[in-house]
Ligand binder design. Structure first.
Ligand code: SF4
Ligand code: SF4
Length: 96
């Protein structure tokens, strides 16, 4: 089941971010998060604009375990959202 979550398009991820109620349950369940990051900042930086150092660090440490999915009360896929940050980081490292 988990692998299908890694193939969401950017519009699908954007739709999920707009549906996020900011409850923080996904981050509370995450074994890879080593510092406090606000959901608002994370959501804002997922699809566009600059990616701050803590968010980049978190995205790089995400190993797509999927533990953030089940706790979401509105059925969103934080793992897919974080995957998009990984993609954006890779693109920026390659110079666009
Ligand atoms: S998929 Fe990534 S963000 Fe989600 S719980 Fe696992 S490490 Fe954390
Ligand atoms: S658990 Fe779901 S609704 Fe809550 S902050 Fe995470 S993605 Fe948003």
């Amino acid at each position: 089941m988990k692998s299908t979550l890694l193939h969401k398009t950017a519009p699908q991820v954007a739709q999920e971010i707009h549906a996020c109620i900011g409850c923080n349950e996904c981050l509370l369940a995450c074994p890879a998060l080593a510092e406090t990051i606000s959901i608002d900042v994370l959501n804002r930086e997922t699809l566009s604009g600059a990616i701050s150092t803590p968010v980049a660090r978190f995205a790089r440490s995400c190993y797509q375990c999927g533990a953030c999915v089940a706790p979401c009360p509105v059925g969103l896929h934080r793992d897919a959202m974080i995957m998009w940050i990984k993609v954006r980081l890779m693109r920026s490292e390659r110079g666009g």
